[in-house]
Design a protein. Structure first.
Length: 486
């Protein structure tokens, strides 16, 4: 049976220039400068500095033979759902992971060490006298250590992997023996299979005394009671005073649970954050400035314009000359478009941040986080007449220097909840109050989530216990049992 269906599909195709503009908008200052350098290297018709006069103008070559190039199109950004066209673009959700670089930007570490974490361990191995077989095993073990300093695989898996991938045939006994060598390396605790072994290795490297001996016994034999903070059980088990247990636990708390993470030469990225905006208070009024590095002076190359003029005046217009002039015109149009795009980027950044500043005026004047009003992307998008995804790109990747420190712009956004007066209050305000309540609690008897909910209710914020738990987790605050102090 033959069926006929009539389907209508509404779609909007973006020009390459519109996509590039969106990508320019999302770039923070440092990444933008890098993008600018790349464009200037690729396009000789684009030059830095100011030009007194622009002689490039519409002429007889602006005809259909060259109109395939879209560089002269006006760039429209309103009402564009850009996300589906940018497969590698930064996710435009201000609630997701913070990142001062877009995903396609290659990051540079301004404080990179010339020696990596693993190379440092290999260098330490070179101080040990090992035969070739043992050295191969030891180096393979170093390669199995993750960035936190742990070996997360069983000895049997390591033996099998060495045989299959390296052609190194050994047994568990030899691997265990070389593992003891790895455990002698610095930082102390590196090469441990789990947290318990990591802490024990560090304690064994300390100068022995009564507290260290007790700490080792607790970690080795009462690890579960320690991690769950069952201090009464530990006091009863060892028959010691509270003060002695407190000193012992203090020794354990000084240990590093992530020995690899503390190494300054590892592969972690150290971001050099440059504020994209600055807000200052002048005579009680807020003043916003855009980092001047976002507003470079650029102009179209005069030499390239003169080449176009020479061709225009030439009587002999061969095919090769036409091809050359088409290339020149493409470069000129591209340079002209890029200069216009930078100006649109500047305007978009400024009007968006200006709207955020005025929306959160009370906070920027007094610096109290409880002054932050509920604010979502749509609020700002409606104020400035831009698409939500465009506002998101500004908020998710830019920083602003305020009298109260440098802040990621997306941190000013939050949802609204009702207080007991029926007024809208920011979830940021509630989180701040919750954090203050927890900071002021008796650490010997920390408050469980249901009691925290009751306290906030008394303060005028009727919030369910599960919401308290969610906010506590977002603040990276552990449950009451884990906050307990002896």
């Amino acid at each position: 049976m033959l069926k006929q269906n009539l389907q209508f599909k509404l779609s909007q195709k973006l020009s390459p220039q519109q996509i590039q503009l969106m990508k320019l908008i999302q770039l923070p200052t440092l990444a933008f400068e890098q993008r600018l350098l790349e464009e200037m290297n690729e396009n000789p018709a684009l030059e830095s500095g100011k030009e007194e006069e622009e002689i490039y103008e519409k002429d007889e070559f602006d005809n259909e033979d060259y109109d395939d190039y879209e560089g002269s199109d006006n760039i429209e950004t309103d009402d564009i759902n850009i996300d589906e066209y940018l497969s590698n673009d930064e996710t435009p959700d201000y609630k997701l992971q913070t990142n001062n670089y877009s995903e396609e930007e290659e990051r540079e570490n301004p404080f990179a060490s010339p020696v990596s974490f693993h190379q440092d361990l290999i260098n330490q191995l070179n101080t040990f006298i090992l035969d070739d077989s043992d050295r191969e095993i030891a180096e393979f073990l170093v390669g199995s250590i993750d960035d936190m300093g742990y070996i997360r695989r069983s000895v049997q898996d390591i033996v099998d992997d060495m045989a299959f991938t390296q052609g190194i045939y050994t047994d568990e006994k030899n691997v265990e023996r070389m593992l003891h060598v790895i455990h002698e390396l610095e930082p102390s605790g590196v090469g441990a299979r789990d947290l318990q072994e990591c802490l024990l290795l560090q304690l064994k490297h300390k100068t022995p005394n009564q507290d260290i001996a007790l700490a080792m016994d607790i970690i080795e034999n009462q690890f579960e009671a320690f991690t769950k903070k069952h201090y009464d059980k530990l006091l009863q088990k060892y028959g010691i005073s509270q003060e002695q247990l407190k000193k012992t636990i203090h020794e354990i708390e000084k240990l590093n649970p992530k020995p690899g993470g503390s190494f300054t030469g590892n592969n972690k990225i150290t971001e050099n954050i440059v504020p994209d905006f600055a807000i200052r208070i002048n005579d009680g009024e807020l003043e916003l400035t855009l980092n001047g590095r976002n507003a470079p002076s650029l102009h179209v190359s005069k030499d390239y314009q003169e080449m176009m003029q020479t061709y225009k005046e030439s009587r002999d217009k061969s095919n090769s000359q036409k091809e050359a002039v088409q290339f020149i015109k493409q470069k000129l149009d591209s340079a002209k478009w890029f200069i216009d795009a930078i100006k649109q980027r500047q305007e978009t950044l400024f009007v968006t941040m200006n709207a955020i500043m005025h929306f959160q005026q009370e906070y920027f004047l007094d610096g109290e986080e409880t002054s932050l009003k509920p604010m979502i992307l749509k609020d700002i998008a409606d104020m400035v007449g831009l698409d939500i995804s465009t506002v998101s790109r500004v908020a998710n990747s830019k920083y602003v220097d305020t009298p109260y420190g440098t802040k990621l712009i997306k941190e000013f956004f939050s949802e609204a909840m009702k207080n007991d007066q029926g007024e809208d209050v920011s979830t940021l305000e509630i989180k701040k109050i919750l954090q203050n309540v927890i900071e002021e609690e008796d650490k010997h008897k920390p408050l469980p989530d249901d009691q925290l909910a009751e306290i906030l209710k008394e303060k005028g914020y009727p919030i369910a216990r599960r919401t308290i738990a969610k906010y506590r987790e977002q603040l990276d605050i552990p449950v009451a049992r884990m906050r307990k102090k002896i």
